[in-house]
Design a protein. Structure first.
Lengths: 142, 142
DNA sequence: GCTTGCCTTGACGCCGACGTCAACACCTAC
DNA sequence: GTAGGTGTTGACGTCGGCGTCAAGGCAAGC
């Protein structure tokens, strides 16, 4: 199979495959015309890469999985190096999710505070005899 | 105050300030020597920008807050446009956290599965009269 | 013969938020 | 005088994962 077919079967592009080869991740054999040739095993490697990429793994993080498969192991994660990557990624995800959740709460708090301040100003402006409006209130009044 | 002092007081760099000016976010007055000059108000604007940046807001997303402050409002989020950015960011964060959490669970499941497979293989290898080891088990055996 | 389609290599573009370096001007201190 | 610290503009580099274009080769079909 040549590069176009492999790309199509994996749902990616030829540019991506050439990039992987340049990175040493998915080397290709060549036919007599200098065209890259791949087999079903390469498709398996490629699918492993793409799956991990979809999970947010860096390309370099997929390397242990690919090498594990190429070494003849039944799965990309049949090797200790792959398990280490899994654990490292889990730690990263936990840290990131924690940070994002904290930011989310902070932003939500800021939004509530800002909305209360806005409503307080709007209420004040409606009180007869209350303080006269200072400025245009950011478009709220019209 | 000149650019170096403002940068130091905001805990950032002169390069960053020049970048903000180039983006039209934080324009500077000039003194007779062509040097940028800033006042305390600019420091306030800059701190608003940096706070939002720390939360993961894009530079463009900080613009409504900066313009709100520059329009004389008491806070950067005293304007409706800023509240919209807050809400959009909350939605983004929720979506992102949801995706990351799903990925986290998937990866955790993969890790558990791979560890079970590894342990099963190791146990098999220890059974007297069991199947002979196929290969080197990815470094587990030594 | 000519177009179409697949392949090749090489090289630049992109995104965001700056870092870094070059080459120069200015002021102060020693 | 000169070294050091401040400022200026301009321009290229960074990171990852490719997209996109250029210029060319080789085969099949009309």
């Amino acid at each position: 199979m040549r590069i176009g077919e492999l790309a199509a079967r994996a749902g990616t592009t030829t540019r991506t495959l050439r990039y992987y080869e340049a990175r040493g991740l998915l080397p290709a054999r060549r036919d007599d015309k200098g065209h890259r040739t791949y087999d079903e095993g390469d498709l398996r490697l490629l699918r492993q890469i793409r799956t991990l990429q979809d999970f947010g793994f860096d390309l370099e993080e997929t390397r242990p999985f690919v090498e594990c498969l190429r070494a003849g192991h039944p799965e990309g994660d049949s090797c200790p190096a792959s398990l280490l990557v899994y654990r490292r990624k889990l730690d990263e995800l936990d840290a990131l999710i924690g940070q994002l959740t904290a930011v989310r709460e902070t932003v939500a708090g800021q939004l509530r505070r800002a909305e209360r301040a806005r409503d307080a100003l709007a209420a004040e402006a409606l009180v007869p005899g209350g303080p006269e409006p200072v400025c245009e209130l950011g478009g709220l009044t019209r």
